[in-house]
Design a protein around this ligand. Structure first.
Ligand SMILES: Nc1ncnc2c1ncn2[C@@H]1O[C@H](COP(=O)(O)OP(=O)(O)O)[C@@H](O)[C@H]1O
Ligand SMILES: [Mg+2]
Length: 258
């Protein structure tokens, strides 16, 4: 373990023209830590996640990331090529809609194998066996390896997207409502699977969700957002069992749950 964070976020704000996306967000994320960002629709969760993962450029503030060699880098001062490399290797991004994170017209095996090739693996046999291994870890049968994800159910697609993201051994995974589009019974199973993987791999993750049950199950720490601002932050059990901000109290008492 290390005594330094993985990600440092300071006074991050994002405006879309005059419209506030998120304002003055500051926190550290530690290696292996799962942070849930909760809040109702329009509170700024996706804006924040997209700024952190450099998919959006913030209006002000900064984010630094500790690279594998221990050096700190300002994410917004990296070249496009360096950023893309980070995204392919050290990071994962799990979209709410699996179609946004998968290639729907290439096989399941290729969806996973592609990420390995992107980091330089050229040995077909290795790629294939690693892909099979990862498909089984996400409970997709070996007999489906040559099928395209468009023939998969929503839950299977989401599991495939997770395998595609984790196969390169990332240190940090961004997830935007990972169980959002799924049936309740499928959600529970996926959540269980995710929790197991995150624990086994010691992953750090930032999980955006409007579902407090997801935060409870996956995260150690949570951040509550309202209208673009962070209104409360703390250990997940503390925030959910003893919410301090009036807004969090409403959220927890389920009046505002959507
Ligand atoms: N591309 C955009 N252009 C203009 N306003 C946006 C855009 N994306 C989000 N917003 C606004 O930013 C605020 C936060 O939205 P968002 O980050 O999507 O919230 P959440 O993910 O919590 O639902 C909302 O008021 C939303 O309308
Ligand atoms: Mg959103």
């Amino acid at each position: 373990m290390t005594d330094e964070p993985l990600l440092r976020v300071s006074a991050l704000s994002k405006y879309y023209g005059a419209r506030l996306g998120c304002e003055d967000v500051t926190f550290d994320l530690w290696p292996g830590e799962v942070l849930a960002v909760v809040g109702e629709s329009g509170s700024g969760k996706t804006t924040l996640l997209n700024c952190l993962s450099t998919r959006l450029t913030p209006s002000s503030g900064g984010v630094s990331y500790r690279m594998r060699d221990g050096s700190w880098r300002d994410l917004y001062r990296m070249s496009e090529a360096e950023r893309r490399f980070l995204m392919r290797t050290d990071w994962g991004f799990v979209h709410q809609n699996p179609a946004d994170g998968l290639r729907m017209t290439v096989s399941a095996g290729a969806n996973v194998g592609e990420r390995l090739m992107a980091i330089g693996d050229r040995h077909y046999g290795n790629i294939r066996s690693t892909a099979v291994d990862w498909l089984s870890r996400v409970e997709i049968g070996k007999d489906r390896i040559d099928d395209e994800p468009r023939s998969f159910s929503g839950g299977m697609r989401q599991r495939l997207q997770i395998a595609r993201n984790l196969v390169t051994g990332p240190r940090l995974v961004f997830m935007d409502e990972p169980t959002g589009g799924l049936d309740v019974s499928v959600q529970a199973r996926l959540l269980d699977l995710l929790r197991g993987l995150v624990t086994d791999l010691g992953l750090a993750a930032i999980v955006v969700t409007h579902d407090l049950a997801v935060a409870r199950l996956l995260s150690q720490r949570m951040m509550v957002m309202k209208d673009g601002y962070v209104v409360e932050t703390g250990l997940t059990d503390r925030v959910l069992d003893d919410p301090r901000a009036p807004y969090t109290q409403l959220l927890v008492s389920s009046i505002l749950q959507v």
